[in-house]
Ligand binder design. Sequence first.
Ligand code: B4P
Length: 183
Amino acid sequence: MKQRLLFLGPPGAGKGTQAQRLAFNNHLLHLSTGDMLRAEVLAGTELGQQAEAVMARGELVSDALVLAIVRHRLEDHSQGWLLDGFPRNLGQATALDSLLLQLNQSIELVILMELPDVVLSQRMLSRGRADDTEAVIRHRLEVYHQQTAPLINHYQQLGLLMSVDAAGTVDEVSANIRLSLGT
Ligand code: B4P
């Protein structure tokens, strides 16, 4: 089993859902930038206050803020990890590459979860998180296609990308991932 993985894909594809399972079953550190940002918001920290309005609009929190959180967690952890929802643009991907170089680590696999926009919207609407209104969902999908989707090509060129069909039940998608990983 690979030890250093990224989960890439549009909002609502189930990255968080699947990353949590895979990390738990394989004793990997699960780092979700979305969860970490929501925890900061809940705790009312300065960082959380800065992130709250940006998340509510369906936009990306600043690279510097997100990087600070990830750096802190990776520096303290020398074993396997699974990054979920990070990087989300080319700037974050480049920053991650240099951080990993400093830590003498490298990405072993990028799992891309693929699902049509219409299904993504339905999933997010039924999830009902504060940032899951119709207008915000539409904007998050636009931001994904503009800023995050270029990472697909980036990791494909590096020979790290593995695509997985994210349609079906949670168990079916988990099975797709396990099959692709050969575990
Ligand atoms: P995230 O927390 O990363 O959330 P997400 O992309 O919306 O959802 P995910 O793909 O994880 O789907 P989930 O498992 O919940 O981001 C939230 C916000 O944080 C961003 O918009 C941004 O503002 C900010 N942010 C995060 N990272 C950032 C970064 N690096 N840089 C800048 N800003 C950042 O699944 C969705 C729903 O579908 C759930 O209800 C789930 O139960 C359901 N579901 C899952 N799998 C299913 C299945 N197979 N069938 C049916 N339902 C399913």
